[in-house]
Write a protein that binds this ligand. Structure first.
Ligand code: HDE
Length: 715
């Protein structure tokens, strides 16, 4: 068995859960038992030939194909029907299994939900991450909101927490959802663009619907281009409720905070990765899980007692608003770890189906008008995607008993051996849980009023929190935000659109509006549209979430080598990075053997296998880069235009670059990274320069004739 096989087997042992055991009941063909198994039709008849359609032939092997070939017909018909409708939003995604735990029973003061209060439980979970705009085959690293949908298979039924990586939403009332989605999706005339919001219709809509201003700020910030699904926050967004055993009710918002911190790509990187590796985020999740670097999130709640509902200058049921943590502290009560990839994409990731209306006893809804609409929408969409029996699908079915009088419908799998299918019945089947026991019951909320199509007074204010978010960004984050909106508006060719939006921006911030308007030819303001309240919080900048101890865990680090590299250095670097749980990748002039210093080229014995050719994997796919010493190797790197571009591009994307000896000379003389100080002799062991360039002068660099390293001008 390969090393990877051994690791996989070891990891599998620790990733069993009730849900995995349940799925294994239908995993009829585990890979290790497939070898040598007989090919059959779907009705189980063994077949001899799956390569040739039955023909009438005179012996020459050609002739008309026969429709009577039921084996060929079955194969083609099954294939013709392989596709189901993709999700109308969030079509592109990936998923993984995991486990959720709470630390203690502190939340008992808010809720009776066992999943949130019983620390002896390990609740199996399935998480699906997604983008929103693009179709199923679109790229991962587009600028977009990311879906963060969690299914918790609790002992009292499934709880679906269907969130995003951004804590607010574009609209306040669910009735506007088709409008915002039509506006952001490819335009109706020509079905462009794909995986982008950079087009007239999106900016037209958000310019005319100012309640979206806050979310637009978030989506255009670095949150819109995460480095990894593992490095984003998750938010339930809507306001839910918790009920305790005393009959008290609390409003609640749910949060996921990644252990590794919140990190983003640079926009230039994101654009390039779309072409270089459109599955970048999918592969990233798989790589982390299969190497045992299990992604982890801390789970937090913000809680407001029912009596305090109206204490804030915003409406706590308005999904376009955050609850500032200074006003409503975040309580961390548990964590979720993802530890297992799926065995097959379609039956698990494509067929998993979430419903915001799926909550468990102790958790309820609020009058948040977005949530109320979502509770209708998700069930309906699953019927059209998967059919009415979608909850029987293996990935969706609960791990606790399911028993009721629902019957029939397309694709019914369950067989209930009962002569009655209604309640009440003479046999006492399907008896509802007695009132004094558990079971879901609605909070007895008093409701009275007038039927009207209206929104609350506090729902009318749209700019305070957009400004709050902008004020809370660091200067670098603000710069990225300006560039992002400028990129998007530059893709709008209707002046009405970019003029309207630049005017709207002036209600958020004068400096922001001025810079964007100058970039895109919009309306440059002469004075602020409204005063800036000046309020900010550290908790909205993604820097706030940096892990307490800096970590390189699961980061991808490239080591650039050519023939003549210093192998002892490479071994030492790899060992050191492995201790920090990073992965290292040798990138060379060819995928195959590269020969270290002191070994004859092609000696057939001492070559070291590289992972990739430097044309095959670009710097954008790595987090950091190391260049070892070795004079001949450094010369070869210097001679390659691609390598010089590789290194400069990594530098341009602010990646950490380390170099030793001749590797440092290469950086200085060939790649010519600007504004950097280098280690120059044995005595200056290590020089940490600006932009994270670290050079080590293990040798006297003066002995390496600098001018022997020349840049290949092709690049
Ligand atoms: Fe969704 N949303 N949504 N949404 N949403 C769907 O359900 C909808 C909203 C979110 O990985 C659909 O199964 C309405 C907010 C995620 O399978 C659909 C409204 C948030 C996913 C639907 C919203 C989300 C969806 C399409 C406005 C963040 C992917 C396929 C009231 C909290 C789940 C599907 C997955 C998917 C409707 C707003 C997150 C059509 C009507 C707010 C992560 O039912």
């Amino acid at each position: 068995m390969s090393n990877i096989g051994v690791v996989k087997q070891a990891l599998t042992a620790v990733t069993q859960s009730k849900k995995i055991a349940d799925l294994q009941k239908v995993t009829v063909t585990p890979e290790n038992s497939l070898k040598g198994q007989t090919h059959t039709t779907d009705h189980g008849v063994p077949i001899r030939d799956t390569d040739n359609w039955l023909k009438v032939t005179d012996g020459s092997g050609t002739g008309p194909s026969l429709l009577e070939d039921q084996i060929a017909r079955e194969k083609i018909h099954r294939f013709d029907h392989e596709r189901i409708p993709e999700r109308v939003v969030h079509a592109r995604g990936t998923g993984a299994h995991g486990v959720f735990k709470v630390y203690d029973d502190k939340a008992l003061k808010y809720t009776t939900a066992g999943v949130l209060t019983d620390s002896s439980r390990s609740t199996p979970t399935f998480v699906r991450f997604s983008t929103v705009q693009g179709s199923r085959g679109s790229a991962d690293t587009v600028r977009d909101v990311r879906g963060f949908a969690v299914k918790l298979y609790t002992d009292e039924g499934n709880w679906d927490l269907v969130g995003n990586d951004i804590p607010v939403f574009f609209i306040q009332d669910a009735i506007k959802f088709p409008d915002i989605i039509h506006a952001v999706k490819p335009e109706p005339k020509n079905e462009v663009p794909q995986g982008q919001s950079a087009h007239n219709n999106f900016w037209d809509f958000v310019g005319l619907q100012p309640e979206s201003a806050h979310m637009v700020m978030w989506a255009m910030s670095d949150r819109g281009i995460p480095r990894s699904y593992r490095m984003m926050q998750g938010f339930g967004v809507n306001t839910f409720t918790l009920n305790n055993s005393k009959g008290e009710r609390f409003f609640v918002k749910f949060h996921w905070i990644p252990e590794l911190g919140v990190h983003s790509l640079m926009w230039d990187e994101a654009l390039k990765i779309c072409g270089q590796d459109p599955d970048f985020h999918r592969k990233d999740l798989e790589e982390a899980i299969s190497t045992g670097a299990y992604p982890k999130w801390f789970f937090g709640i913000q809680v407001i007692p029912e009596a305090n509902e109206n204490d804030f200058d915003f409406d706590i049921l308005d999904a376009t608003k955050v609850w500032p943590e200074e006003l409503v502290p975040l309580e961390i009560i548990g964590e979720m770890t993802l530890n297992r990839m799926v065995d097959e994409y379609f039956p698990e990731v494509e067929q998993v189906a979430f419903c915001t209306s799926h909550v468990v006893p102790g958790i309820g809804f609020s009058d948040d008008p977005l949530l109320q609409g979502r509770n209708f929408s998700y069930f309906d969409t699953q019927i059209s995607r998967l059919g009415i029996n979608w909850e029987e699908l293996p990935i969706n079915r609960p791990v606790c008993p399911v028993m009721n009088t629902h019957r029939d419908g397309q694709m019914r799998h369950r067989i209930t051996d009962s002569s009655v299918n209604y309640w009440p019945n003479r046999k006492d089947h399907y008896r509802p849980v007695p009132k004094e026991h558990d079971g879901y019951h609605e909070f007895a909320q008093k409701v009275q009023g007038i039927k009207q199509r209206v929104r609350g007074a506090k729902f009318q204010e749209h700019y305070n929190q957009a400004q709050f978010f902008y004020n809370s960004l660091t200067p670098v984050e603000k710069e990225h935000l300006v560039s992002a909106i400028s990129f998007e508006l530059s893709h709008c060719d209707d002046p009405v659109v970019y003029e309207t939006y630049t005017k709207l921006l002036n209600n958020i911030d004068f400096e922001l509006a001025t810079k964007v308007a100058q970039n895109v030819g919009g309306v440059v303001p002469t004075s602020p549209g409204r005063p800036n309240h000046g309020k900010s919080t550290p908790t909205l900048s993604q820097f706030y979430y940096a892990p307490k101890e800096p970590t390189i865990k699961s980061r991808r680090i490239a080591i650039l080598v050519a023939d003549g590299f210093d192998q002892a250095q490479v071994q030492a670097i790899r060992a050191a990075l492995k201790v920090g749980s990073a992965t290292t990748w040798l990138i060379g002039p060819r995928r195959g053997s590269v020969y270290p210093k002191g070994v004859d080229f092609g000696d057939g014995k001492h070559g070291v296998s590289t992972d990739h050719h430097w044309e095959g994997q670009r710097s954008t796919l790595f987090d950091a880069l190391v260049i070892p010493g070795g004079a001949k190797h450094a010369q070869a790197l210097a001679n390659s235009g691609r390598v010089n571009h590789w290194v400069r591009e990594a530098f341009g994307h602010c990646k950490t670059i380390g170099a030793i000896g001749e590797g440092a000379v290469f950086l200085r003389e060939a790649a010519q990274l600007p504004g950097i100080e280098y280690a120059t002799n044995l005595n200056s062991d290590i020089v940490v320069s600006s932009y994270g360039v670290v050079t080590v002068g293990k040798i006297d660099l003066g002995t390496v004739a600098a001018d022997t390293l020349k840049i290949n001008q092709e690049d």
